[in-house]
Ligand binder design. Structure first.
Ligand SMILES: N[C@@H](CCC(=O)N[C@@H](CS)C(=O)NCC(=O)O)C(=O)O
Length: 254
């Protein structure tokens, strides 16, 4: 993927999407998959994972990725605001149901996956742990550990939290099967299907041909303890694969 700098992006109009360059950041990949599904083009903008990213901070008030900036609207960096922006830009391919009860289900399940203290958040705490155990953790890890709530206690409860969320998703799929649906909510694909497909890779990434992530990152993603590994049920994995077959193109490009 060809990235422009923050400075260049600030001069441009239309949709700009700030992404962690060179790696498949799970929140960024979710945003890209949703935008591609909806047919919304964007200009990719460079963020250095774990870096200070001062230009990004000056532009958007924070230094993580992804961030979406459309024309002169305020930058959106939270998964929900980003999803709502895509709904606004391409309402003809909705990923949130109109029906309020179903909409609440999709948003609630999405928050369990993408939100603070959710599945991806807790899996990330686990990924920091080996480096946080070093006498001098690398600066970039210290920075991210601080931003993303790492502590011994938070890490200690991460596997239970991850597994509880995965069990809830598995139960949903089981119930949906009896209704003849392959998706988490209703009969059609929604945002939560996209989040799961992307976040499942934090436990079992797609192979190198589909996901050419750097070796160091693959090693971190694949280092999963037995409890956490067991939460990826066959049913959840099959859902992930179905999403790539039907709705997300491969290989990943980052
Ligand atoms: N703020 C986003 C999540 C963003 C996020 O967690 N980004 C991570 C992806 S691993 C990131 O940018 N990490 C690299 C960094 O912080 O420099 C949301 O709530 O949707």
């Amino acid at each position: 993927m060809d990235y422009v700098s923050v400075e260049e992006a600030r001069q441009a109009s239309g949709l700009r999407l700030v992404l962690t360059a060179g790696v498949p950041g799970p929140w960024g990949e979710s945003a890209k998959a949703i935008l591609a599904y909806k047919g919304i083009p964007f200009l990719p903008v460079y963020q250095e994972g774990g870096g200070e990213n001062p230009e990004l901070l000056a532009w958007t008030g924070q230094n993580s990725a992804p961030v979406a900036v459309f024309d002169d609207l305020p930058p959106v960096c939270h998964w929900l605001d980003l999803l709502m922006l895509t709904e606004r830009l391409a309402p003809e391919k909705p990923l949130l149901p109109e029906d309020c009860a179903r909409r609440a289900e999709v948003l609630g399940l999405s928050a369990l996956l993408a939100g603070v203290d959710g599945f991806a958040w807790n899996r990330r705490l686990q990924m920091f742990a080996p480096m946080m155990a070093l006498a001098e953790p690398p600066q970039m890890i210290q920075r991210m550990a601080h931003k993303y709530g790492w502590s011994e206690q938070a890490h200690a409860r991460s596997a239970a939290r991850l597994c509880a969320i995965a069990a809830e998703l598995d139960a949903r799929l089981t119930a949906q099967e009896t209704l003849g649906s392959k998706y988490f909510v209703g009969a059609d694909v929604t945002a939560v299907d996209f989040y799961w497909a992307n976040f499942a890779g934090m436990i079992k990434p797609l192979g190198p041909a589909d996901n050419p992530m750097p070796d160091y990152m693959r090693a971190t993603y694949e280092a999963v303890d037995d409890v956490t590994g067991a939460c990826l049920s066959e049913r959840l994995e099959a859902h992930r694969d179905m999403m790539y077959r039907r709705h997300i193109s491969l290989p990943l490009d980052f």
